[in-house]
Each structure stands twice: as C-alpha cells, then as structure tokens.
Design a protein around this ligand. Structure first.
Ligand SMILES: [Zn+2]
Length: 128
C-alpha cells in the first residue's frame, strides 16, 4: 500500500493508496480485501491517528469494516496491511461501547475546560 497526502480526496480512488487529507482531517482508502468499498477514517483525538515516519504511514487503531459484507479487520502499519482476526458480535459491541465511553470522556473534559474559562471570565467581570 502507498500513501498520498492530498488537499482533497479524489472522487476516483486507486486501490492500494491511502489518501490523507490533513485539511479535512480524514484518511480514505479502498478496503484492504479488494471488495472495492471506500473506507473513510476520520482523524481526531477520539477517532483514528496517522503516524508518518518520513517514509511510510501507520493508521491506528485497526480498521474494522463491520458494516460491510466482507467484515474485514486490519491494521495499516508502515504502509502494510496487517490482517487481524475477525471480531465476534460481542467483541464488536464491546468495542463500540468502549469507543463511546472514550468519546464521552473527551467531550466532558472539553466541557469542563469551557466551564472553568467561563467562570474565570465571570469572576473577572465581577459577576460572582
Ligand atoms: Zn472489503
């Protein structure tokens, strides 16, 4: 697999290329199994992360295409597809659950930061 840093994700994707748009914070590639489905992985603190070592890229965590017929599950590590085992329904559910817990934590932290900024402002303005 190769990677390509792009501004816009092209309409027609070549297989075996991981397109990375830093402007739009997402990476797109065609499913590693060859089924032709386009896989979009948003890049954010609670979604996927791209590591670029100057030559190759790695994508974390693994890509699990549970909603596709192929049910592929793999990692992209240094431009190589590393196949992972298929997940059972139970694992998929607990994985989804863990993901939503992380997201909730993240947004709560954000919220509390805003709350402390707001209370600081209102203290400065003498509202409290
Ligand atoms: Zn596939």
């Amino acid at each position: 697999m190769q990677h390509k840093f792009v501004e816009f994700i092209p309409d027609e994707l070549a297989s075996d290329i991981l397109y990375i748009s830093l402007d739009y914070g997402s990476a797109v590639h065609k499913c590693g199994c060859g089924c032709g489905e386009e896989i979009v992985t948003p890049l954010s603190p609670t979604d996927w992360k791209i590591t670029f070592n100057g030559e190759t890229v790695s994508l974390h965590p693994s890509v699990g295409n549970w909603s596709l017929p192929c049910q592929s599950h793999y990692l992209i590590k240094e431009n190589q597809i590393v196949w992972c085992g298929k997940w059972s329904k139970k694992q998929i559910q607990s994985g989804r659950h863990a993901d939503s817990v992380i997201k909730q934590k993240f947004f709560k932290q954000r919220l509390s930061k805003w709350q402390s900024i707001l209370s600081w402002i209102s203290r400065r303005l003498g509202l409290r």
